[in-house]
Write a protein that binds this ligand. Structure first.
Ligand SMILES: C[S@@+](CC[C@H](N)C(=O)[O-])C[C@H]1O[C@@H](n2cnc3c(N)ncnc32)[C@H](O)[C@@H]1O
Length: 368
């Protein structure tokens, strides 16, 4: 049986829009870069004899990680001057791989490390992180940012919200169970891929010790706003309740405890596969658009910059929730109306809106 499951309907904005619209995601990766370079400096000397391999999982169009990868190459070359470097970029099969290749090869809007370094080999894989992406014991550093909150499957629709942060009772329990199984599955595959002494640097959306999560750090709760606008569309008969429920996002934000569990329980297959937690902390990276709004004070500009960053990651799920019996143009119009409503809301009352990122930054090692 093929294990290459990937959630239906998930695609980030393509055509290179993703990295341009998600400045915050780049800041998150920049903040993680010292963890990556420290991990490279701690790799066993013998493991670097023939080359160095970094795997960037859930990379989207690779634009947000270009600087991190450049610094990883520098760190590997500090360990071994001239060492050949392989960078394996992977994402789910519906990802826009053309944009990825364009960015890595300098055909997009970003500078590429390929202009600075020789003997660097970027490779691309359409294999999900819920499957084995790489051969056994072939990876020195497994990296992933802001991707592993996407579950392998939507276990059920949520009746009263679009995301598990608003789920209750049995629905919440079902999402939690799915997320726990998925996290173990991700780690188990990575354990096989890592070289002994290799490391994972995983930057995952989290619910932090104070209950904060993406877009919910004290201001207007972003997910409740998503939900409220769709419920208004239901009340106005612009979409059906069934369509609303089909829009459930197949995501879950683990707590620190949930992330740590399989890495600290000696009976867990992940622990038994040799993975150990070296470091975990939670951090907030402020919404860059809300921050710049605090300086320029132009609500229309804020709304015009902020809504596209949200749209990059939830549009495809909302679109696929709409009935296929509707003509495509009608489905497109509903989606346009939704984001226009959200934009007008932010323009009219901008205070408190924003998508602060809340992540767990983890370093996990495979026993040498
Ligand atoms: C928000 S983007 C993050 C992109 C980039 N890592 C960053 O931090 O800017 C999430 C990415 O995860 C990818 N993704 C979701 N489920 C996946 C899966 N099962 N396997 C691989 N990638 C997946 C999506 O396609 C998307 O490109």
């Amino acid at each position: 049986m093929s294990e290459s499951s990937h959630s239906e309907g998930i695609t980030m904005s393509g055509g290179g829009v993703y990295s341009l619209a998600t400045l915050g995601a780049r800041h998150v990766i920049d903040a993680a870069t010292p963890l990556v370079t420290d991990a490279i400096h701690s790799l066993p000397e013998a493991s670097l004899a023939a080359g160095f391999t970094l795997s960037d999982m859930g990379t989207a169009d690779a634009g947000t990680s270009l600087t991190m990868v450049a610094q990883a190459i520098e760190a590997a070359r500090t360990r071994r001057p001239g060492i050949p470097v392989t960078i394996v970029y992977s994402d789910q099969p519906r990802n826009d791989f053309n944009a990825l290749v364009a960015n890595v090869h300098g055909l997009g809007p970003f500078e590429t490390y390929l202009d600075r370094f020789d003997d660097v080999f970027p490779l691309v894989s359409g294999t999900s992180f819920y499957a084995r992406i790489m051969p056994p014991e072939s990876v020195h550093i497994g990296f992933s940012a802001t991707a592993m909150h996407w579950l392998s499957a939507k276990i059920c629709n949520i009746s009263n919200h679009v995301q598990a942060v608003g789920a209750e009772g049995e629905e919440l329990a079902a999402f939690r169970a799915q997320a726990h199984a998925d996290w173990r599955r991700i780690l188990h595959h990575r354990a096989a891929e890592l070289k002994p002494g290799g490391k994972l640097v995983l930057i995952n959306f989290a619910r932090d010790e104070q209950g904060r999560y993406l877009g919910n750090t004290g201001g207007v709760n972003m997910f409740d706003t998503f939900n409220r606008i769709w419920l208004d569309f239901v009340a106005q008969n612009r979409i059906t309740r069934e369509e609303y429920q089909n829009m459930t996002l197949p995501q879950y934000y683990n707590t620190v405890e949930e992330f740590c569990a399989p890495l600290q329980d000696p009976d867990d297959p992940v622990y038994q596969a040799g993975l150990r937690l070296e470091h975990i902390d939670t951090r907030i990276v402020k919404c860059p658009f809300a921050e710049s709004f605090a300086e320029h004070g132009d609500a229309a500009r804020f709304a015009d910059e902020y809504i596209p960053t949200i749209r990059t990651w939830n549009e495809s799920i909302y679109y696929s929730g709409l009935s296929s019996a509707r003509p495509e143009a009608e489905r497109r119009q509903i989606i346009e109306d939704y984001y226009a409503t959200y934009r007008d809301l932010v323009r009219t009352a901008p205070a408190g809106h924003g998508m602060d990122y809340v992540h767990a930054y983890m370093v996990i090692s495979k026993q040498a």
